[in-house]
Design a protein around this ligand. Structure first.
Ligand code: FAD
Length: 488
């Protein structure tokens, strides 16, 4: 095991765990404020920041996957990147234990710690879901979905009977929050473009079904955004079924709680997220699984530990008595406050509390459509679509030109309908505490040393994932996932 503490004698060492919206911004702010007077280490499983809001466009073939990533070493100046996943925090010894990408373990000593590990797919104890559904929280899942949808359309076009054709080109998305709505909206346009070049049997069209137990789509957002999204989706032919959920999932289809059954080979699970299980291991008070912090983002009784983003329960000073929502908007701004307050704790500048008034929300409905309410002004149609894309371009910390170039190409050329098959079903189990990484195959399947080491890590993680899922009442194991899905 390698152990690293302060890199330069005399300089404080700040460790930031997680380089998503909150962690990336914390590192950037801290680096700018302290100007090399502090050693900053970011621990993250990937070498990139992932711009999650554009993930549905990756799944629909609008954007190539690397477009929604921003290199950490290329964009965070004077920040050291350690590749790995934290699997334990010892608050007394002030150390973070982690596992590297090839299974090696290491330890980072810190003077200040920022926990910004985000969230993972939320599971519900519905029979068959863990084995047959896929989440939508990371790049591997988006790549998998793009290939899977393409393959289903290809198999549907070649199917010998109408029943198989119908089931293969039926896609069910569960959860009509912004993720589910965007996946369904983009997915429908994607399959439409695929069947243009690959016609299905007469009378059969791709069918997208969007389910939510709530009474409206985008239940957590302004009613007007919800109405716009609902209208656009229905106009395109997406079956929006509110007040409905899944009772059981099998390899051949889903049974809904209204008694209807939908034959399908595709179940996308977008019911929401839960905080990354790492925060539970910290052993401090939690609020719905999120680590409780004060308005300065400090973990109580530990002035040297900060937490922010989806993983932290941050009091919402703009809505007293509530905690801030799990959104990129909050995570990004909390990261900035965390960076500022870490610097202040080291004698640079003043600390401040986190307060943010909602600036509105944008929902990308694919094509030129969108639904948005910037500063509370409701917009729909192409204007909302333009505002949504403009917002994303402005918000991305890099890669903007490439993203804009892909959008231009997509407007001018037909979508590329090929599946590369690099991410298979068993690489992206729904039950995972690491949706940002594709799961590796068993070592006996490859014989490679790297895989053996990584598999050792996977086995350890499986145990912790299982513990978490057992707590949520879901007893399914990933072994079952792998067995059932090996064919795909
Ligand atoms: C498809 C999709 C679309 C979305 N669209 C929007 C939107 O339009 N607007 C909006 O406001 N929000 C949106 N969100 C929500 C938003 O992306 C999250 O709220 C935001 O990413 C939270 O930021 P974070 O920094 O807390 O977590 P993340 O951005 O998820 O970052 C967490 C980081 O921690 C790393 N990590 C995890 N575990 C460990 C570990 N054990 N050790 C080390 N590193 C670890 C991860 O790899 C990741 O880099 C969307 C989410 C999804 C999935």
């Amino acid at each position: 095991m390698s152990r690293t503490s302060s890199r330069t004698a005399g300089r404080p060492h700040v460790v930031i765990v997680g380089a998503g919206f909150a962690g990336f911004q914390a590192a950037r702010t801290l680096s700018r404020l302290t100007r090399r007077r502090v050693d900053i280490t970011v621990l993250n499983p990937t070498d990139y920041f992932l711009y999650l809001p554009l993930l549905p466009q990756v799944a629909a073939g609008v954007l190539e996957p690397r477009r929604v990533t921003v290199s950490l070493t290329g964009s965070l100046r004077h920040v050291r990147l350690v590749l790995g996943e934290a699997d334990g925090v010892d608050l007394d010894r002030r150390t973070v234990h982690y596992t590297g990408p090839e299974g090696e373990s290491g330890e980072l000593g810190y003077d200040r710690l920022v926990l910004a590990v985000g969230s993972v797919n939320k599971l519900l104890p519905v029979p068959g879901v863990a084995e047959n559904a896929h989440g939508f929280r990371g790049l591997p899942e988006a790549l998998y979905l793009r290939d899977h949808v393409t393959r289903q359309i290809e198999l549907a076009a070649a199917a010998g009977d109408a029943e198989t054709c119908r089931s293969r080109c039926t896609f069910v998305v569960v959860g009509a929050g912004y993720t589910g709505v965007e996946v369904a909206a983009h997915g429908q346009l994607f399959t439409q473009s695929l069947v243009r070049r690959q016609p299905l049997r007469a009378g059969i069209r791709p069918r997208w079904v969007l389910l939510d137990i709530a009474e409206r789509v985008l239940p957590e957002l302004d009613r007007r955004l919800s109405d716009t999204a609902d209208r656009v989706l229905r106009r395109r032919g997406v079956e929006v079924r509110t007040g409905t959920s899944v009772k059981e999932a099998t390899r051949e289809g889903v049974l809904l709680d209204d008694g209807d059954s939908v034959p399908t080979r595709t179940l996308v699970w977008c019911v929401g997220v839960r905080p990354d299980p790492l925060v539970e291991s910290v052993g401090k008070p939690l609020e719905r699984g999120r680590l409780l912090v004060d308005p300065f983002l400090n973990v109580p009784e530990h002035p040297e530990v900060f937490a922010c983003g989806d993983a932290a329960a941050v009091p919402d000073l703009a809505k007293p008595g509530q905690y801030t929502a799990m959104t990129a908007q909050h995570a990004w701004r909390q990261g900035k406050v965390a960076g500022t307050n870490v610097a202040a704790s080291l004698g640079v500048g003043e600390r401040r509390s986190y307060r943010h008034h909602d600036l509105g929300f944008t929902v990308d409905l694919g094509g030129v459509s969108g639904a948005a309410n910037p500063l509370g002004v409701p917009l729909s149609g192409p204007l909302a679509g333009a505002v949504t894309r403009g917002y994303h371009l402005a918000a991305m910390p890099g890669n903007r030109v490439r993203v804009a170039a892909d959008w231009l190409l997509d407007a001018a050329l037909p979508r590329q309908g090929v599946q590369l098959g690099l991410v298979r079903s068993w690489n992206v189990p729904l039950e995972s505490s690491s949706p940002e990484l594709a799961r590796v195959p068993a070592p006996e399947q490859t014989g490679h040393t790297d895989d053996k080491q990584a598999e050792k890590k996977t086995t350890e993680k499986k145990t912790s994932d299982k513990k978490t899922s057992d707590k949520s009442g879901d007893k399914n194991t990933e072994t079952k996932n792998t067995e059932k899905k090996n064919q795909e």
